[in-house]
Write a protein that binds this ligand. Structure first.
Ligand code: B12
Ligand code: SF4
Ligand code: SF4
Length: 115
């Protein structure tokens, strides 16, 4: 199982696991964006699910962009330098604290589309 070394979101999209939303996170129809992604490397060829085509972001929704305290989102990407100190805060003792995940929790699809 790997969590680094591959950029998951485009791979997940191509594997049919969901769509990328304006908050730059993957939304799965059933589980929303509250999914932790991992990968297992295999030397077998597997059949992916069809690429997801459901709508994830209503045209007029910008809740995630508006809620970001550091203005890191523009609807297409995230400015890592602005987000990282909040999303991935390192303590003096070497622990990582997630001080912010507002763009994730504010989303009406956080727990699934239509949930
Ligand atoms: C570095 C990293 C960060 C950085 C930078 C984020 C970023 N988007 O680059 C920081 C520290 C800011 C960060 C923050 C957070 N992250 Co983060 N992060 C990662 C990590 C380790 C690598 C991503 C990376 O390399 N980005 C660098 C470049 C490539 O990103 P980019 O140029 O913006 O490209 C992205 C998009 O443009 C798009 N993209 C690019 N090319 C293409 C092509 C196609 C065809 C498509 C469809 C898409 C696409 O996907 C790219 C990858 O994100 C991944 C895990 C992984 N191994 O992938 C988790 C990951 C993306 N993070 C995750 C999460 C949950 C968060 C936070 C919510 C953490 C929190 N506080 O709880 C915040 C959210 C901030 C946000 N709105 O994005 C989850 C997302 C789960 C999901 N449902 O989507 C992941 C997948 C971790 C996991 N194991 O589940 N993260
Ligand atoms: S995790 Fe917080 S700081 Fe980072 S993009 Fe989301 S709302 Fe902005
Ligand atoms: S808050 Fe609105 S714009 Fe942002 S990801 Fe969720 S549905 Fe899309």
């Amino acid at each position: 199982m790997v969590t680094r070394g591959a950029v998951f979101l485009p791979l997940c999209h191509l594997a049919g696991l969901g769509r990328l939303a304006r908050n730059t996170l993957l939304i799965n129809e059933r589980f929303g964006n509250m999914i932790q992604i991992g990968a297992v490397l295999l030397d077998a060829e597997l059949q992916g699910d069809p690429i997801a085509s459901y709508e994830v972001c209503p045209p007029d929704c910008s809740l995630c962009i508006d809620v970001c305290p550091v203005g890191a989102l523009d609807g297409e990407t995230v400015v890592q330098k602005l987000c990282r100190p909040l999303a991935c805060h390192g303590t003096e003792r070497g622990f990582i604290l997630k001080k912010c995940n507002r763009c994730r929790s504010v989303c009406p699809h956080a727990l699934g589309i239509g949930s």
